[in-house]
Write a protein that binds this ligand. Sequence first.
Ligand code: F58
Length: 832
Amino acid sequence: TRSPATVARVTENPTPIAATRERTVDGFVREFLRELNFGQGVDLSRASVNDQYLAMARTVRHYLMVRWLETLRRQGELQAKSVAYLSAEFLLGRQLDNALLASGLEEIVEEGLSSLGIDLATLREAEVEPGLGNGGLGRLAACFIDSLATMNVPCIGYGIRYEYGIFQQTFVDGWQVEKPDDWLALGSPWEFPHPEAAVRVSFGGTVEQYQADDGVIRRRWTPGWSVLAVPYNYMVPGFENGRVNTLRLWSAEATHAFDLGIFNSGDYAEAVRAQTFAENITKVLYPEDSTPQGKELRLQQQYFFVAASLKNFIDEVLPDGYDLHNLPDRINFQLNDTHPVIAIPELMRILVDEKGWDWDDAWSVTSKCFAYTCHTLLPEALEVWPVDLLGRLLPRHLEIIYRINDAFLAELRETYPDDELRVRRMSIIAEYPVRAVRMAYLATVAGTKVNGVAELHSQLLRDKVLNDFSEYYPDKFTNVTNGVTPRRFVRLANPGLSGLITEAIGDGWITDLDRLQGLEPLADDSEFRRRFREIKTANKHRIADVLVHRDGIVVNPDTMFDVMVKRLHEYKRQTLKLLHIVSLYEQVKSGKLDIAQVTPRTFAFGAKAAPGYLLAKQIIGLINAVGRTINDDPALEGRLTVAFPANYNVTLAETLIPAADLSEQISLAGKEASGTGNMKFTLNGALTIGTDDGANVEIRRLVGDDHFFLFGLTEPEVSDLVDRGYHPSAYYETNADLRHALDLIASGAFSRGDRTVFEPIVSNLLHEDRFLALADFQAYVDAQARVDTFYADTDQWTRSAVLNVARAGFFSSDRSMRDYIERIWHTPPVLP
Ligand code: F58
């Protein structure tokens, strides 16, 4: 049952056709013009910027093509152990610059284009980033596949090709308004669709018992409906190493059988509707960043991409006749959070129902193929699927999950014969408030390993969220601290700093980030510090330029850039930062503070709120309202500015982060699993003001206490306080600055006198404050005062900034990948 595409494989392909592409300026220009003429069908004089961009992108991908084909051929030959990274999100960011960097074509292309009178920067701007993720989790997946390619580790990324990615955020009168992200409107030159390799994915229907030919009683699933999953392949080029891995994203289409039946019945309109129904599955990314909605369509998306991926791997990637008993030696399916966990019963179904294996054999293989990464600590973020929903959509999978659970509970009862309470607590099936499958438990039972994403997070998983499980399976639990790719987030995002680093220590750091340690002595070199500062200032001018043109926001590059960019969530505490700003403002207005004493700062925010998260949207409204008031108030003499550009995304991050002086990482301790923005700031020479949370803990340990502004309750203190009973109003009563700031918001000062507009935020803080912003207010304000003092000594500040960079090599995603390989996957790199 091979697809026609692979059956048609005839003979060895003499790859040198593509290899003849000349890596010279002239060679590039020829290829580019050919693409423009024959690919886009325009000549240079009539080509639009989009024509030029598309032709350019296709030219660049041609240069990578030989490497891609070669990588695939070698992998087919070697059959080396691989990683299949299963993720519902890959937040890739723009592709052009990364492809140029990986292929070593940057200079040739820049020169070639300019010989034609084309500015590379203009073409860059034409690229619409694929926003196929919500935030950290999706961006992490993108960093990981970049690192694996760069480290020569065989990997396939499997995910979903959403037709609409994360919504475009606009502000109307300061309020968030979402627009659809039609990222494919002008064509996407980076994808390779393979409709001929589509696979069928089925849903619904019934399950019945039958006697098989061998006399054994088996279960048979007769699905109710199916869709086609069409793969779109993307190149994942390693940095200058000749390797190109594959990212395969699936798009849903109607099956031919599905609509033909209806067409024949003469109901044309119904047939077309059926097609739309199928296409709905991959229509849009759910924009929830922390609380997954238990929506049926979301489960359809999950099963859709996972079923297509397993089938693709087994039928197409593995060689003909492969003995699936050896599957664990050939693959690791890494589950990026619980979103792909339905892959576990799916593999069981394939082995038991389709291959006719007995249950124990199937379990023995399945339980060696998966590992699970958890990305949260918020109880409401742990996915559960009500059994009636799951049973309706995937009846056979529900049966399989029940059977896995039965076996697991039986095992538990042997270990804990007198502890039925514990056994019930650990059941994969929850009974309240509705009977539902706990996907994290299923992943923990079936996975070889469970990892958290920073040391503190992994510890809290063991001690709290999955405590029963860590006692039962002590060896399953491990940590892999997140990382970010230095290619995109330093080399490309910060060319100035990259040049300076390379001049000082050579360019080896790009693939071996620990070498940044070589910068350590230069922190004491005043000339180095001067140049470092000059680059920071240039980066501020660069973002100031972007903000004026992109958003009409004016900022002063001679101020401290104090930046908080991340999804809007109460636990991340954007309100805490806002209270600091409002308090400063209030103190100046009331005459308590002389404006001349205030350190000039630009407070930059970037944050999208989940469209259904009303309080988060209100907070966005309040940030903008405070910004409007402060920015327009002459009493501040331009010393304080709030800049909140709409639609924060990977592209904006790449210019904003390198300009930051101060990185705001102020989540309530014990709530942010890791954070990855925190790492990007550190690597770009910002100092952090932060709580003891997520990877902040490790950042502080590495850069040193003297170079990090720590504040706030620790996780055990938070637990204690909550256990004792937290009363936010007590802080309001006893802290005058806090009271004045809250009163000012409540007075309508930021809402044209209307006291009702922001009342919900104020009353939430006063009476609920789930994330203890008021409890940490004074500590935060004190830490900000330390920031001001430190910043006043420019040399001291710059020295710390250099040390932050020098000591942050650990946060490369290459190191994360080494940890996964060593602790979880055991997949050695293959020789290029
Ligand atoms: C994030 N999770 C964590 N989830 O919040 C962050 O601390 C961590 O650094 C990052 O993962 C990478 O490990 C996150 O981004 C989501 O966006 C999910 C999207 C789907 C619904 C549930 C949340």
